[in-house]
Design a protein around this ligand. Structure first.
Ligand code: DUC
Ligand code: ZN
Length: 475
């Protein structure tokens, strides 16, 4: 018989054993990339430890999720928080952006760390660590956007990989665009180190010429935005990128694909045997270019690049999603207030491009994709969790509800109806591009590594975000 009460109660006398927090989710439908079915899920501290039928655990908090869908935390691999661009700074920083992400069921964001003019990649990366550290409410990583290419930057690529930054971003338009020679050199270097790049594809020269023509005719309003960035400009740039990737013999990612013509050149490259990954975004699936005809300056809210396209393009994108020809749905969240948009009141080329979306992606895709039978539940899971986790070196820690994975769990009530409105959002903007849109499927609760960060559709715990050191792509 021991005389030490701590030992008597099974607690180590010197170092007290830490209490393990256990949660048992019972009765829900667990969704994976391949199947969905009723299962119980046991979480211990930050990790999923058991999945099975009729699980019991006497010291776990029991969470009844009967009738709900359990998704692995969604990953948004395309956000722009706290980005200095177009003479201003995006309205959402890492605090508000990741808060909004969580409320929408996104537990991981991959933002674009950007090498500003004259900077090394390391300086750009450290700048982004400074923006996110201590502010992020969900887990995060960065792609590195390369704006200047020289032998020193070429040497830095391996260092980025060592730091867990295994994906990059290149622009074929804007001030920091890369030319074909640089594109070739960067793709070659990334192939050597096992990195991958996402590319913004638009033909900048033709766009510049069309904008000049429009200005000479005095066509300075919002309506001219889409007219001067036509779909063939996007398709031509995708085709050129894919031909360069073919020569280098390396996979690439086409980000924010908008149009049928773009799909056609991607299909042609795949038919040649190339590996091409493709991303699209809810705005290109759910809205079209009639938004630019709205009265007054209203259309400015929808100015983004590439622009919104035609209903036929929306249809083509949905068809491609249904056939698994597009691998991820991210948001390109790049928010500006209506006041910031007014920078382009007199000249449409000065309207800061981008819109908010990080908060509404899952409910929109569930409503208009899954419920309308355009994609299955499992495809939604692949597009927003599993595939981005694999493509960006996070799987199986993220992207799946599996024993050993991080306990990032989204609880979606498939029956709850809501109407999206700017008055009820965490995004730090005074409008919603989806104002008045009816959705069915509410993100009720979100767990980030076991922390109950969203309760009853409201933010409950903040500042839990951690940097994720990523491996190389594997999709
Ligand atoms: N497109 C936008 O509209 N904004 C941010 C960057 C981009 O590619
Ligand atoms: Zn973007």
């Amino acid at each position: 018989m021991t005389h030490n009460p701590a030992e008597y109660f099974g607690v180590h006398p010197i170092k007290e054993r830490r209490l393990i927090m256990k949660k048992l989710f019972k009765g829900g439908t667990v969704v994976s990339g391949t199947k969905s079915g009723t299962a119980d899920v046991l979480v211990e501290d930050e990790t999923i430890t058991r999945i099975g039928e009729n699980l019991t655990c006497s010291d776990a908090e029991i969470i009844d999720v009967t009738g709900k869908l359990l998704f692995p935390g969604f990953i948004d691999a395309h956000t722009h928080f706290d980005l200095h661009v177009a003479g201003t700074v995006t309205a959402d920083d890492f605090e508000s952006g990741t808060r909004a992400a969580l409320r929408g069921g996104t537990t991981t964001v991959i933002d674009f760390a950007t090498q500003y003019e004259g900077e090394t990649l390391e300086e750009g990366l450290q700048n982004w660590f400074g923006k996110a550290r201590g502010k992020a409410n969900c887990d995060y990583s960065f792609h590195m956007a390369i704006s200047e290419w020289n032998p020193e930057v070429c040497d830095e690529i391996q260092r980025m990989m060592d730091e867990g930054i295994t994906s990059f971003k290149l622009y074929m338009t804007y001030d920091n665009q890369v030319d074909d020679k640089t594109m070739y050199q960067i793709l070659k270097r990334l192939k050597e180190v096992g990195g991958i790049t996402g590319v913004h594809c638009e033909n900048s020269g033709v766009i510049a010429a069309m904008q000049q023509d429009a200005k000479e005719k005095g066509l300075m309003g919002v309506a001219t935005h889409a007219a001067t960035r036509p779909a063939p400009c996007e398709a031509e740039a995708i085709d050129r990128l894919l031909r360069i990737a073919e020569i280098v013999d390396t996979p690439v990612i086409v980000v924010h694909l908008t149009c049928k013509e773009g799909l056609e050149v991607i299909e042609a490259a795949r038919n040649r045997g190339q590996k091409v990954y493709t991303e699209t975004c809810p705005q290109y699936l759910l809205m079209n270019d009639d938004k630019y005809q709205l009265p007054g300056f209203e259309g400015a809210k929808y100015v983004c690049a590439p622009p919104l396209r035609k209903p036929e393009d929306q249809q083509a994108l949905w068809n491609a999603l249904g056939k698994d020809e597009i691998q991820t749905i991210s948001t390109d969240h790049c928010s500006f207030t209506t006041e910031q948009k007014k920078m382009g009141l007199e000249d449409f080329t000065k309207i800061p491009g981008g819109m908010p979306g990080v908060e509404t992606r899952a409910t929109l895709i569930y409503t208009y994709g899954v419920r309308e039978n355009k994609i299955t539940l499992e495809q939604m899971c692949r597009l927003m969790s599993e595939n981005p986790a694999r493509l960006y070196g996070l799987y199986p820690r993220k992207g799946t509800i599996m024993e050993g994975s991080d306990a990032d769990i989204v609880i979606l009530n498939p029956e709850t109806e809501d109407v999206l409105t700017a008055g009820d959002q965490e995004q730090r903007v005074d409008y919603s591009p989806f104002e008045g849109t009816k959705v069915t499927g509410r993100i009720e609760d979100v767990y980030l590594r076991g922390h109950h960060v969203v309760k009853k559709h409201q933010i409950a715990e903040t500042n839990q975000g951690k940097f994720l050191h990523r491996k190389t792509y594997n999709l």
